[in-house]
Design a protein around this ligand. Structure first.
Ligand SMILES: Cc1cc2nc3c(=O)[nH]c(=O)nc-3n(C[C@H](O)[C@H](O)[C@H](O)COP(=O)(O)OP(=O)(O)OC[C@H]3O[C@@H](n4cnc5c(N)ncnc54)[C@H](O)[C@@H]3O)c2cc1C
Length: 422
């Protein structure tokens, strides 16, 4: 088949790789001039377990009411809160309640964790076969500041166990034995240790996959903005900005991340919310005083990760339209938290420090939109929220199997965009 892909982030490039691997003629259209210029550029790179990522899945992260509370709220909405922001949060809250009432054994959580494991296997197979360096690090900690936090993670630890994710609550001394770089002054009560947790450099991984997709015949058109996609008879008409004639393809896969521009081509009303966040990356000063892989500060919902020779801190959640200026309170909180746990670990006054804001396109059930739409030949693989890097390879493989009419795991049904029909 002749298949077009809109978007060259980790989702689009993984899809291009899998479809080209299946022998399709693949063309990728990307509005920027390189791959991974959107959310895939400088994310935290936390892959597994995906459920513990900030803003990953309702019920699994810090509860919404705790994130909204007081003048140090972790969740921000620039300008006056709009009705649709609140309506969207209510839907997230409902999913959170439902997941908690099922003692975290919700179909959504199971689907996410299975998809993340499937992705991990595919990623490891590809990187081993091609001897790729993804700057991968293993062994995560969720850092807990009080006995109350330790208590509140008990249920979550047990639920991870039922999902076959190794996880163990450790006291402060055991945590320090695993992570000697933690500041002796840090307010540490203990940690949840996730020995199989993995981080990678998402941008580097996307660039490597791009190369493999091109070697398999995929074509990449950059500075090509798709302004419309329409199903007409047996074909899909794709219109680029500046063109008058449509490009004809047998199918189009929309992998446009958090962008709302092509949502209507699905024929569905899709509640995709932009949730903006930040990362600060700085060269390591001394690897001995930095995390071995990644550490998540539970109360602050901030991830500190090792990305090659750099340290990256990631956090913040701003809903809706992002203002021009970066949120200085959030950035200050990120610097403060880094200093609490790993003082002196990074060269924060180096000219190489990079401050980045990215956007997680998020659905109120925390799941991506993966699969066919109501329009023939138009497929979606977007809205990956907080776990796009973690799920990309699995989602791409499932989509390629769906397009080929092959059987896919039953759990893929919960990811279908058609769940929002009617
Ligand atoms: C602060 C932060 C931290 C994060 N941390 C993690 C993490 O630790 N682990 C994890 O798994 N995920 C994390 N994420 C989420 C992850 O970055 C995203 O889920 C993932 O990158 C989404 O990939 P994507 O390809 O769908 O979107 P993108 O990377 O945004 O790619 C979409 C592409 O589509 C292009 N595009 C859009 N519309 C058009 C159009 N009309 N025509 C042509 N091109 C178009 C865009 O230019 C863009 O390049 C984080 C996100 C943020 C913001």
């Amino acid at each position: 088949m002749d298949i077009a892909i809109v978007g060259a982030g980790i989702a689009g490039i993984s899809t291009a790789y899998e479809l080209a691997q299946d022998g399709h003629r693949v063309t990728v259209y990307e509005q920027h001039n390189a791959v991974a210029e959107g959310a895939s550029f400088a994310n935290a790179g936390w892959l597994t377990p995906t459920l513990l990522q900030p803003w990953s899945a309702p019920g699994w992260t810090l509860p919404l009411h705790a994130q909204l509370r007081g003048k140090h709220a972790l969740l921000e909405a620039p300008g006056p809160w709009l009705g649709h922001n609140w309506r969207w949060l209510r839907r997230w809250k409902m999913a959170e309640r439902q997941c908690l009432s099922q003692k975290l054994h919700s179909p959504a959580a199971q689907a996410l964790e299975q998809l993340s494991s499937f992705s991990q296997v595919l990623r490891h197979d590809i990187s081993t076969a091609h001897e790729l360096n993804t700057e991968s690090h293993q062994g995560h900690l969720v850092l807990l500041r009080s006995a109350r936090e330790m208590q509140s993670l008990q249920a979550l630890t047990e639920a991870l166990g039922t999902l076959d994710v190794p996880a163990q609550l450790l006291d402060a001394a055991a945590t320090r034995a695993i992570e000697p770089g933690l500041s002796p002054e840090a307010p540490l009560a203990g940690a949840l240790h996730l020995p199989e947790g993995e981080t990678i450099n998402c941008r580097q991984w996307t660039q490597q996959l791009r190369q493999l997709a091109i070697q398999r015949g995929a074509q990449l058109h950059t500075q090509a903005t798709v302004r419309d996609v329409q199903s007409v008879g047996q074909q899909v008409h794709l219109l680029l900005t500046g063109d008058t004639a449509a490009h004809l393809h047998d199918a189009v896969v929309v992998c446009s991340g958090a962008s709302p521009a092509l949502l209507a081509s699905s024929g569905l009303q899709l509640p995709l919310m932009p949730v903006h966040g930040y990362t600060i990356s700085a060269p390591l000063r001394d690897p001995c005083y930095a995390p071995q892989a990644a550490a998540l500060d539970w109360s602050q919902q901030l991830v500190i990760s090792r990305i090659g020779q750099r340290l990256r801190i990631s956090g913040g959640a701003e809903l809706g339209t992002a203002p021009e200026a970066h949120n200085q309170d959030t950035l200050a909180r990120m610097y403060r938290t880094l200093n609490d746990w790993y003082p002196g670990a990074a060269q924060l006054s180096s000219p190489q420090v990079q401050i980045w804001r990215g956007t997680r396109g998020t659905l109120p059930d925390g799941l991506p939109l993966l699969g066919r739409t109501t329009q023939a030949g138009i497929w979606f693989n977007l809205g990956h929220g907080a776990h796009g890097a973690a799920l990309a390879n699995g989602c791409a493989r499932i989509l390629a199997d769906q397009i080929a009419g092959r059987e896919v795991p039953a759990e893929a049904e919960v990811l279908s965009p058609l769940r929002f029909a009617g």
